[in-house]
Design a binder for this molecule. Sequence first.
Ligand SMILES: *Cc1c(COP(=O)(O)O)cnc(C)c1O
Length: 452
Amino acid sequence: MQSPRIMLPWEDMPRRWYNVKADVPDLATPVLHPGTLQPVKPDDLIPLFPMEVIGQEVSQERWIDIPSEVQEVLSLWRPTPLHRARALEKALGTPARIYYKNESQSPPGSHKPNTAVAQAYYNKHEGVKRIATETGAGQWGSALSFACAQFGIECMVYMVRVSFDQKPYRKSMMQTWGGNVTASPSELTEAGRKALAADPDCPGSLGLAISEAVEDALTREDTKYSLGSVLNHVILHQTVVGQETKKQLAMAGERPDVLIGCVGGGSNFGGLVTPFIPDKLERPELRIIAVEPESCPTITRGRYTFDYGDTAKMAPVVKMHTLGHTFMPPRIHAGGLRYHGMAPLISALVEKNLIEATARHQIACFDAAVQFARTEGILVAPETSHAVRVAIDEALRCKQTGEPKVIVFNLSGHGHVDMAAYDAYFSGKLVDYTYPEESIREAMRSLPPVAP
Ligand SMILES: *Cc1c(COP(=O)(O)O)cnc(C)c1O
């Protein structure tokens, strides 16, 4: 018998973050000021982010040291195990070997604290007392609340209204770690009040919650802003995932053929796959697949162009795949991954054909999540179910061709606090929804006036 888990000794926890911009030319695209539409200078970002984080955002260095205070907190749960999914393989009857990196073992239950801890640390280090942020499904708010508690900083979370109502236990989690949570749109900001005046029942969106958190940070001296995905420094902090996975696959004597991750803003995917980009450059047959929902098909159907990062046009303008900053996710969508844009870094890698993207409907994703839970035991987050779906689809393809491929996916989080979504699935309330082309075309009329 062989252990299905490949454990990395604590000494092998990564001490540095990996910056893919050092190995692929022209991955950095300009970031524009939302008001002037001119390139932002690092100084423009000072009201929002700590200096060290701004430096990392624009860094071209291949390796950036992880401060020992950050390593100390990460070591509460890192390194995380890499599992071989033998039970799933057997149930599928596939010759493929399926592995998953288990990021659900962190205290908040996802990959998100990998960057939350780093960001809380740099804020603390630079004397910031309070951090404002947004959260969609609640995982980012939980991760940042946890991280802020570790460093004794106040945390203010604007939580998208629909999730606030659907996921009361996420709010309790944030409160347990000392986070302050309000539903977005809220009465606390100009952006929130405006949205409520237009529609008192406004379900909110990530773009709108970002507007509120950014406004909060800009209007308070003691407060900075923090983003849990999309930006370069977030993906940088997530590269502990891919670096560990590389070592673990080597320990198992494996070389990956397919790497898979779900994408919302692109951070867990980017964290797993960017450390493998040098391998992809040497071995083009390595496939790297981002999976998104059909109801929010940012890469597969969005346009690659400059767009605002938020609804109220307060966050910087970046070049990315986008459905338009006016995007409101359909209410019936239960699976998270609802951001209108994609990390500029991931978008640029797509344009260079180093990674590919695919979209899946939510019912098929929950089918996969349930099959996974009944074989491997872990109840994955609805977001993660997209990666599980495509890992299974690839393994089933191997069954047809007889190829014993090595398939690796990122298990970005568990779904213990997302059972309302499973409940909707089991009670037949989920419907599949293809985002209308007309809505994308319509939203493209509100793009900032910048040549793509
Ligand atoms: C937030 C989250 C995602 C999506 O965000 P990315 O930045 O695209 O990784 C995926 N899975 C889980 C469990 C999450 O919490």
